[in-house]
Each structure stands twice: as C-alpha cells, then as structure tokens.
Design a protein around this ligand. Structure first.
Ligand code: HEC
Length: 170
C-alpha cells in the first residue's frame, strides 16, 4: 500500500513537472530547465568556458561545499534572448589537492561545474545548474536534475550579503 501511494505521488510529480511552464517556487529539473541547461552547456563550450578546449584561470583554495580548489569566471552572456551575468565555478576535488596541482593538470581533479546565469527579465532571477565535467547534470537524492530554481543552491546563496545571491562580491 505504501509503495502504491509512493508510486502515485511520483506520478503526480511527473505530471506536475510535465507542466514545466507552471513555474512554482520550489520547482526545478523540469523539461524547460533541462533544455535550458543543455543549451547553456553548449554555449559555454562555444565560449570556451567548458569542455576540452576551455580556458583556465588561476586556481585558488576553495571552501565547502564547492570544492578544495576552485576556478571561477564572470562574463556577460546571452542565451535564448536572455542577457545577463554568467558565473561559472569549476570545482576541483581530490585528496590533498593544491592550487598548483590544478594548474598543472586542471582536468584531473575536476569534479563539478556549478553555474549561475542571471535572467534579469525572468521573475526567477538566476538559473542554477550543477554539471559533471561531461555536461550531464547532477541530481538530488530523489533523482531530480539540478537545473533551474534549484532549492539547495538558493537556500544557501540567499544568505549572501546584499540579497543578490552572489557571495563573491560580499
Ligand atoms: C551550503 C552553501 C552553498 C550551497 C548549497 C551552494 N553554494 Fe554556491 N557558493 C557558496 C559559497 C560560500 C560561495 C562563495 C565561496 C566559494 O567560491 O566557494 C559560493 C559560490 C558560488 C558561485 C560563484 C559566485 C558566488 O556566489 O560567489 C557559483 C556560480 C555557485 N556558488 C553556484 C552554486 C550552485 C549552482 C549550487 C547548487 C547546485 C550552489 N552554488 C550551492 C555556498 C553554497
């Protein structure tokens, strides 16, 4: 019975997600979000902010939860007619990792690429995504892709000073 109930709840969730246009606060990982995330990843590859030919910047020691060593890029960006600030954070993780080791071999320790794309025209403000190095999306424990109004990202970043969701300028 419990299992059936769960199954029913899951089905509802699928239908709710299918109506991705109904943007509700805690909704993310919708089909719209997946499409945006895929387009954004491709645009980042084209701009050499992701992928094999990506440019690099000086790695620095990071903080939890992002990674031991980070590379961060800030760029004005345009996607699907939206123009806004793009922030790309490459999160490197490995035992005993140093910025020097990342400098020498930046691909070896790349664990995730976390992205914020500002959408000034959208009520949501920022599009959030967490990619693996191959461009696939990380997921919540429940299997929801981390793209869109990702609740975990927002709950922590909403603590950034000035209410702009960005820590780097605090
Ligand atoms: C528990 C808190 C926390 C969570 C959860 C979190 N972040 Fe962050 N994030 C930070 C902190 C603190 C910084 C600034 C320090 C740093 O660079 O690590 C940061 C920095 C960033 C930056 C660089 C811009 C800035 O704000 O300085 C991006 C991009 C980013 N996070 C994306 C994400 C995405 C995408 C997610 C969700 C998948 C996420 N973050 C989840 C705490 C968090």
């Amino acid at each position: 019975m419990g299992a059936k109930l769960k199954f029913g709840a899951a089905l509802c969730a699928v239908f709710a997600i299918g109506g991705g246009a109904v943007a509700q606060d805690a909704m993310f990982g919708t089909q719209d979000d997946l499409d945006t995330a895929a387009a954004l990843w491709q645009a980042m590859i084209d701009a050499r902010l992701a992928g094999e030919d990506a440019i690099h910047t000086r790695p620095y020691e990071g903080t939890e939860p992002h990674g031991a060593v980070l590379e961060t890029f800030y760029a004005p960006f345009a996607l699907n007619g939206q123009e806004g600030q793009l922030i790309v954070k490459r999160n490197h993780m490995a035992e005993g990792l140093t910025p020097g080791a990342v400098w020498d071999d930046p691909d070896a320790s790349l664990a995730a690429v976390t992205v914020m794309f500002e959408q000034p025209d959208a009520e949501s403000g920022w599009f959030w995504a967490k990619y693996f190095p191959d461009g696939s999306l990380d997921q919540t424990p429940d299997g929801v892709a981390l793209a869109g109004q990702a609740a975990g990202c927002i709950s922590c970043h909403s603590g950034a000073a000035g209410g702009d969701m960005v820590f780097a300028n605090d």
